[in-house]
Design a protein around this ligand. Structure first.
Ligand code: ADP
Length: 290
């Protein structure tokens, strides 16, 4: 089976600065790093590291060839990533000596994915495949509708959270993954608790507390405690978790096993600095002594 991921691809441009710039100030950075990021790309890499066949649907600009190449090197099928004129999505991240940061994100090509590219990609999808969407691209409602029509397992990672965006796809979803803050925001917007949502499986991630899975058909939920580790950088934990859960389910694992494995992967992830480049692979997860 395959996982089709309509998702963002961002260049994370990280500048070390002596202090965070104030209005009107011109500042020389002392170092610069460039990494592959974006929730979509992170989740594709996580699912590929978890041994799934991942087909990424998205777009980059003229400056984005290196990101497509990086995804390919990480085992992601990149044939459905459109190359557009203009800029790729990117994040300008200023980090001062104390580790404080300022971030400006430009969505660029991520919000200009051609609808024809989404349709052409999903025309290759088959029953039993998974469709994953987040809220960093355009085309979410279109993809979710096609996913429902084709009988795909359609999953939505509701980040960055926007109540209108989630509600636009809610009726087409089989699975919703969101953190505790996002779950509270969704409940405030809809009046529905996770257990009452019209989505078969809802997973609420709880950071160091673990995760709770609601089976809304049976009306039951189950808690999964997190693996105890000492975190150094929690960036990408949720993306790693989502990629691993879906890869596990795609390989035929039952939900408890898929969640347990995803929590092990996310626990390793929080002990590492970085995003897509350092997402643990299945070998690391299976070998971990916890
Ligand atoms: P997000 O990054 O989307 O806000 P969470 O912070 O809820 O998501 O983290 C997602 C998953 O990562 C959690 O369900 C848990 O399994 C794992 N995780 C996050 N933080 C920690 C931590 N400090 N220790 C162990 N596991 C963690």
């Amino acid at each position: 089976m395959a996982i089709w991921n309509l998702g963002s691809i961002n260049a994370d441009l990280i500048y070390a600065v002596p202090h965070l710039p104030t209005a009107g100030e011109t500042l020389a950075a002392t170092a610069m790093d460039r990494f592959l990021g974006g929730k979509g790309a992170n989740m594709s890499v996580a699912a590929a590291r978890a041994a799934a066949h991942v087909r990424h649907i998205g777009a980059v600009g003229a400056d984005g060839g290196w990101m497509v190449q990086r995804l390919l090197e990480y085992g992601v099928d990149t044939r459905h990533i459109a190359r557009l004129d203009g800029a790729s999505g990117h994040a300008l991240i200023f980090v001062d000596a104390a580790g404080e940061n300022q971030i400006v994100i430009f969505p660029g090509a991520n919000r200009a994915v051609p609808e024809t590219a989404i349709q052409a990609a999903l025309a290759e999808a088959g029953a039993g495949d998974t469709l994953l969407i987040q809220n960093e691209t355009n085309g979410q409602a279109l993809a979710a509708r096609i996913g429902r029509d084709l009988g795909l397992r359609t999953a939505y990672a509701a980040a960055p959270f926007d109540a209108t965006a989630v509600q636009a796809v809610l009726d087409d979803l089989d699975m919703l993954i969101l953190n505790a803050v996002e779950a509270a925001q969704l409940e405030a917007a809809t009046g529905l608790s996770p257990a009452a949502l019209p989505v078969r499986d809802v997973i609420v991630t709880l950071g160091a507390e673990g995760a709770r899975h609601f089976d809304t058909v049976s009306g039951e939920f189950r808690d999964y405690p997190a693996v105890p580790v000492t975190p150094v950088d929690t960036t990408g934990a949720g993306d790693t978790f989502t990629g691993y859960v879906l890869a596990g389910l795609d390989r035929g694992m039952a939900m408890p096993q898929a969640i347990t494995q995803a929590m092990r992967a996310a626990a390793i992830m929080v002990t590492r600095h970085g995003t897509a480049d350092v997402i643990p692979d299945l070998k690391d997860v299976l070998a971990a002594r916890f």
